[in-house]
Ligand binder design. Structure first.
Ligand code: GLV
Ligand code: GLV
Length: 323
């Protein structure tokens, strides 16, 4: 019998899969983000063997030190930058993520939605109508950007980037990408053209969409200097992790029209926003919801349980991130 703690309510499927195996599962009774101290406190109530954690949980040696019976933290997310992998290694704890195909699909859809909304100025125009400012059709009002023949740069050509390319191709965009490794499928199926450096894709793109994990090497990947390489007519989309973009530099670039606009689902200091961001007309923002649809979240729930079960049944979980 194994004891599993889940740091917040997630779709039921994981809980029932674990219970079917005879595991005892405790879900945090608070439906909110737990602090490190609260997680440590919950984990001290029982000899837990495994934890299902969320991207809002800050997991490091403070927790590993106080919960030595826990051998696996299965993160209910594609990203796992909320977990200190060096500390996990030092304590011999296994970490898995949940890169559900349907969540990649949902994130890609969200990135494309940002691009369409920015190009057609949907959010600004909606506000205009709601404010009662619409007094009649105008020939030069709310001029947008067309997609056909424009260039999309994917920064990160992995699973999510590939799905963005799938939709982008249908919209008539040319696709270029940069990554540490080339992705043959991206090139064969979507005609994506590879460039070795970030600078090269930034200079050419009309839309730049970020699909990299947050790592020391990707923190502030998009900073003042990189923004200045982008076209003044271009748009930046971030559905990856907030700190990949220097948010103050982005605010300044949007304000002085170094670039035309941005769509952000993630923020450097989320849930806080840097000062002045909300006052800009050329940014649209959503509260880290890119993977939020029921099918995606249920598939993530299933994957998280599979990783836990594989681990305790002596198989190598499919999504170990600290081998
Ligand atoms: C969401 O941000 C995820 O990493 O799954
Ligand atoms: C990024 O998380 C990717 O899979 O492309």
């Amino acid at each position: 019998m194994k004891n599993i703690f889940v740091t917040r309510k997630i779709p039921e499927i994981a809980i029932s899969m674990l219970k079917e195996k005879g595991y005892e599962v405790d879900v945090s009774p608070e439906d909110r983000i737990l602090s490190q101290e609260e997680i440590i406190n919950y984990l001290s109530k029982k000899e837990y063997d495994g934890v299902i954690s969320l991207l809002t949980d800050n997991i490091d040696k403070n927790i590993f030190e106080k919960s030595k019976s826990v051998k696996i933290f299965a993160n209910y997310a594609t990203g796992f930058d909320n977990i200190n992998l060096d500390d996990a290694k030092a304590y011999g704890v296994t970490i898995t993520n949940a890169p559900a195909p349907l969540s990649a699909e949902a994130v890609a859809q969200h990135a494309i939605s940002f691009m369409l909304a920015l190009a057609s100025r949907i959010v600004e125009a909606d506000k205009f109508v709601r404010e009662g400012k619409y007094v009649g059709w105008e020939p030069m009002h709310f001029m947008g950007t067309d997609f056909l023949g424009k260039t999309l740069a994917l920064v990160g050509g992995g699973r999510i980037g590939e799905r963005v390319a799938f939709y982008a191709k249908g919209l008539g965009l040319k696709i270029i990408y940069t990554d540490i490794a080339q992705n043959e499928r991206l090139e064969k199926e979507y005609g994506a053209v590879y460039f070795k450096t970030l600078d090269e894709v930034l200079k050419q793109a009309d839309f730049v969409s970020l699909h990299v994990p947050l790592l020391p090497s990707t923190k502030h990947l998009i900073n003042k200097e990189k923004l200045s390489l982008m076209k003044p007519t271009s748009f930046l989309i971030n559905t990856s992790r907030g700190p990949v973009v220097d948010e103050e530099a982005l605010r300044d670039a949007l304000k002085s029209r170094v670039i035309a606009g941005a769509g952000l689902d993630v923020f450097e200091f989320e849930p806080k926003l840097v000062d002045g961001l909300v006052d800009l007309p050329n940014i649209i923002m959503t509260p880290h919801i890119a993977s939020a649809n029921l099918d995606a979240r249920e598939q993530m729930s299933q994957i998280v349980a599979e990783n836990v079960i594989d681990f305790f049944e002596g198989r190598v979980p499919k999504n170990i991130v600290n081998k």
